[in-house]
Design a protein around this ligand. Structure first.
Ligand SMILES: [Zn+2]
Length: 416
């Protein structure tokens, strides 16, 4: 179980932050911000902290695109110097991850002061980082506390909130995928955590209009949902409750941008658009009768190791070994195991249909995304149709998880 993280999302977040730091004798602080977040929150926060008697230093990161990579890790370390300070990340995803990374590796305390409701990773212990050109999540530490000022969060660019909303909508897919994983692949599943995530995403959808208006009520609901999703991942000890096939499509595209040295696209914007695709799989699944499913299962051939190797070499050059290792439980499935899996699908078709029924339609998902100013089509984000097709065809290989797309790629159910 996680240690308790102090959470405050509301008005005047600097006040509870000051109180928290005083109560915990955190006198020497290191604020990490960039030009935008400094203007939005860092300047005001720094002044208030200084006025309250704290010793405050600032690391102001520069650059067109702030990425959690070696360059910025080193800069924050140099700015801090060789002294013990409590780090406060004033910003959204990347700034928080940079601060999480540096604080952990200097054995320092870390507090998050988010400036946008854009992602559910604030409470996370892992820092998605780019190390030597490859993206990996480095285990670091959760923050002691998350202090979000609702006025700052509400004033963030609408695209940031649309990203947070897209990240939340993905939970409909993630939760259904998780149940499929439990039913068909014996993955561990926690019903209570699953319910908590469901409530969190439903509450965001209920407030979709307010979120589109960036009202304090809307952004409060969105941020509460993102925080709850993050806490659920901590309690589950992995990202399963919050990340399914939609996150794998997004992850695939993110890697490709990195390899092509192109600028990143906001995480939740990609996840939202990918969720529309995955909701489409569930749409199609709902229309397949048990009799038709049995026909498709009968025709399905188990992919051979050579086929896996070929596909992985084509889609993931440079990280083939890692992807192969990830897929090994699927690759090494015995003939009998494969027959059993197909039988399990046929036997549990009613349950699979119940799971599919829990996912809103792709049309509904797209409608909500449009309402908040998100993107519903990955090609509108600058990806070519071929790139999107590649992500759709191969991203199931990125994790050893039984998501909805395994039904088609592994078991021959026609969802595409
Ligand atoms: Zn996410």
């Amino acid at each position: 179980m996680r240690d308790d993280i102090y959470i405050y999302i509301g008005k005047n977040a600097s006040d509870p932050l000051i109180e928290y730091c005083k109560n915990h004798h955190l006198d020497k602080l290191m604020l990490v911000a960039d030009d935008n977040t400094f203007a939005a929150a860092g300047k005001h926060l720094s002044e208030k902290l200084k006025a309250a008697g704290f010793d405050v230093k600032m690391s102001l990161l520069k650059g067109e695109e702030i990425v959690a990579n070696e360059q910025y890790f080193v800069q924050v370390m140099l700015d801090t110097g060789n002294e013990e300070r409590t780090f406060i990340a004033v910003g959204s995803g990347s700034l928080t991850d940079i601060t999480r990374f540096v604080s952990f590796h200097t054995r320092s305390n870390f507090i998050a002061y988010p400036t946008a409701a854009s992602v559910d990773g604030y409470t996370s212990a892992g820092a998605p980082s780019v190390i030597a050109g490859f993206k990996k999540t480095v285990y670091c530490q959760s923050p002691l506390g998350v202090f979000g000022d609702i006025d700052v969060l509400s004033a963030a660019p609408q695209r940031m909130s649309a990203s947070g909303f897209g990240d939340m909508l993905g939970k409909y897919i993630a939760l259904a995928d998780w149940r499929l994983g439990k039913l068909l692949w014996g993955e561990s599943h926690d019903e209570a955590i699953s319910q908590r995530v469901r409530v969190a995403v439903d509450k965001c959808v209920e407030r979709v209009h307010e979120i589109s208006q960036a009202s304090t009520e809307g952004i409060q609901a969105l941020m509460d949902g993102l925080i709850e999703s993050g806490l659920c991942m901590l309690d589950a000890n992995n990202s399963r409750p919050a990340s399914g096939a939609e996150h794998q499509i997004s992850h695939h595209l993110e890697m490709k941008l990195l390899w092509q040295h192109k600028p990143a696209v906001l995480h939740g914007i990609k996840v939202g658009a990918a969720s529309v695709i995955c909701a489409g799989y569930y749409d199609k699944l709902r229309r397949i009768s048990r009799a038709e499913a049995i026909k498709q299962l009968d025709r399905a051939q188990q992919p051979t190791r050579e086929q896996y190797e070929q596909e992985i070499a084509q889609a993931y050059p440079g990280i083939e070994d890692k992807v192969l290792a990830e897929q090994e439980p699927f690759i090494s499935l015995s003939e009998q195991g494969y027959r059993d899996l197909k039988q399990k699908i046929a036997d549990n078709w009613a349950e699979i249909q119940a799971i599919a029924a829990s996912v809103p339609s792709s049309q509904q998902m797209a409608g909500w995304l449009k309402q908040v100013g998100g993107e519903t089509d990955l090609t509108a984000l600058g990806f070519s149709s071929a790139e999107v097709k590649e992500a759709v065809d191969y991203s199931h290989l990125l994790r050893h998880r039984f998501n909805v797309d395994k039904l088609s790629h592994l078991c021959g159910i026609n969802l595409k």
